[in-house]
Design a protein around this ligand. Structure first.
Ligand code: C2E
Ligand code: CA
Ligand code: CA
Length: 401
């Protein structure tokens, strides 16, 4: 089998050395990048890459975060982890790969020996190709013209999902999510459509539609005395756009929405590395009064110090942990320490994907501030929110019973 390898390491010496070894071991192509973020872009641009050899500790996006991000975007490739860290961390890292759909071939201790690399490549060549029917590049690509058409002709709309305060069950915020009625987009996962829109450079148009739809919803809720915070998902591409803060301020103001009513959810890949242009965007958004939230926390956040450096007010615990909270002692302790750490840093927490009363109770006991999930409500058309809340208030005492 042809090997198309990608070497990811912030250390140029290791990068060069491993690339050379791979070439001498008959890899068909070898690419190298210096960071997790660059690796994500490289894999998107070159879907033929089927083997990634990555360092664990890197400044912007570490190896674990990289694996989680690749999994989220359904890139299937095999991974070799290299690290100078202790055995325990390395074993934990290889387990993380197993938890995802990516398969970790093995862990190489630095300095990487040619012999061990050669053994792993031999194993790689014997393995069947990863089920390609499941890979993103094999499933029909989302057609960008369909997205454009939907954006221009009313085929893009929003749904909102309530986030309620665990202590008293009041409605604190709603998360705004995109939905598509275009015939070619309807069955597609919203995340895939978003990624395609990002790649095609039309995420700005999408944001515009979204904010206008939110503005309309906000007006319609006012007579019902409903004014939940609006939690918007912001992609990495948007965070790289230095004109975004002023654009958002003008657009929300036009709808009578003040920045204090808006929370911006950033996933770990959109969380800026210190010293990049994105950091400036994040800080300006904070100065304008928007609150920032770390989305999908726990799937491999690069480093906790970033939380301190940035104007974050919220931390959203990823649903994979919530789902396992009763079954897995590990998941429970990750959630517990995430909540404690968030509170120490002055952040409030949101538990996402709450489907059962027992998950609800556990999160509440652990001190999680807001809860979101099918147990409380599925995402709904904005016009349904007032009647949903009326019903919910009547039966809220029984929700977690
Ligand atoms: P996310 O930000 O993590 O959003 C939460 C996802 O979990 C949503 O999926 C929501 O419908 C789902 N969810 C909520 N509660 C539950 C539950 O109890 N059980 C289960 N199984 N799922 C639950 P959705 O709507 O498919 O969105 C997927 C992802 O697409 C979002 O993940 C977000 O990253 C992205 N996305 C959606 N709309 C937008 C958008 O307008 N802009 C951007 N940038 N990203 C968006
Ligand atoms: Ca989100
Ligand atoms: Ca999430």
């Amino acid at each position: 089998m042809a090997i198309h390898a990608l070497v990811v390491d912030d250390d140029p010496v290791t990068r060069g050395l491993v690339a050379e070894q791979l070439m001498s071991l008959q890899a068909t192509s070898v690419r190298t990048v210096e960071s997790g973020r660059a690796a994500l872009n490289m894999v998107r641009e070159h879907p033929q890459i089927n083997l990634m050899v990555t360092d664990l500790r890197m400044p912007d996006l570490d190896g674990i975060a990289l694996i989680a991000a690749l999994d989220k975007f359904r890139h299937r490739l095999r991974v070799i982890i290299m690290s100078a860290l202790g055995d325990k961390i390395m074993q934990a890292a290889s387990r993380i790969g197993v938890g995802h759909d990516l398969s970790v071939l093995g862990v190489l201790k630095k300095p990487v020996s040619r012999r061990m690399l050669s053994d792993m490549l031999a194993e790689f060549r014997h393995l069947p190709p990863i089920d390609s029917s499941l890979t993103r590049q094999e499933s029909p690509a989302v057609n960008v013209d369909d997205i454009r058409e939907a954006l221009r002709q009313g085929g893009h709309h929003i749904v909102v999902q309530p986030e309620v305060r665990a202590s008293d069950m009041t409605l604190e915020a709603v998360e705004v999510l995109s939905r598509w009625t275009h015939p070619n987009l309807e069955g597609r996962s919203p995340a895939d459509v978003i990624v395609a829109a990002e790649q095609a450079g039309i995420i700005g148009e999408l944001n515009q539609n979204l904010v206008d739809a939110v503005g309309k919803a906000w007006k319609n809720w006012a007579p019902h005395r409903l004014s939940p915070r609006l939690s918007l998902n912001i992609s990495a591409v948007t965070m790289a756009d230095t004109a975004f803060p002023e654009w958002l301020a003008a657009r929300t103001a036009a709808h009578g929405i003040s920045p204090q009513d808006v929370i911006l959810e950033l996933t770990e890949t959109a969380v800026p590395a210190t010293g990049t242009g994105n950091l400036e965007v994040a800080c300006r958004l904070g100065l304008l009064g928007y609150e920032l939230s770390v989305d999908d926390f726990g799937t491999g956040f690069a480093n906790l110090k970033q939380l301190q450096d940035m104007p974050f007010r919220w931390l959203k615990i990823d649903q994979t942990f919530v789902r396992q909270i009763e079954r897995s002692e590990d998941a429970r302790s990750i959630v517990k320490s995430s909540i404690r750490m968030a509170h120490d840093l002055g952040l409030e927490t949101v538990g996402e994907g709450v489907e059962t009363a027992s998950q609800f109770r556990t999160l509440r006991e652990l001190g999680c501030d807001l809860l979101q999930g099918y147990l409380i409500a599925k995402p709904m058309r904005p016009e349904m929110l007032p009647s949903w809340y009326q019903n919910f208030r009547k039966q809220r005492s029984t929700i977690a019973a």
